[in-house]
Design a protein around this ligand. Structure first.
Ligand code: ZN
Length: 106
């Protein structure tokens, strides 16, 4: 069981909410979209600056409290953006990481 993983380097990223290191695949990548809003990157194809967060609304709250996104993206993040993220992240909980609701669906 353990042998399968040997030789494969894990890609660890730190959650901007709780600061825990987790495997990249267990985190949601956040990115700044064309309209300047921060969104969950479901396709994992968006380039540019990114941040990672656990699929947990609590971590979004923690990030909001310490203005983690502001620091990561060097811009002002509106309360609505954080709320959107919380909603997206919450949706991940039930439906799985890669089926985040898009902004348009809200
Ligand atoms: Zn976290």
């Amino acid at each position: 069981m353990t042998a399968k993983k040997t030789g494969k380097k894990l890609t660890l990223r730190r959650c901007i909410g709780c600061f825990e290191f987790k495997e990249k695949k267990d985190l949601i990548r956040l990115y700044k979209n064309e309209t300047g809003h921060i969104e969950a990157d479901v396709t994992l194809k968006a380039g540019g600056r990114g941040a990672y967060i656990c699929p947990d609304p609590e971590c979004v709250k923690k990030a909001q409290k310490r203005k983690a996104l502001e620091h990561s993206f060097k811009m002002r993040i509106s309360r609505e953006d954080y709320e959107t993220l919380m909603y997206q992240v919450d949706g991940c909980h039930d439906t799985g990481l890669r089926t985040v609701v898009t902004r348009e669906e809200l």
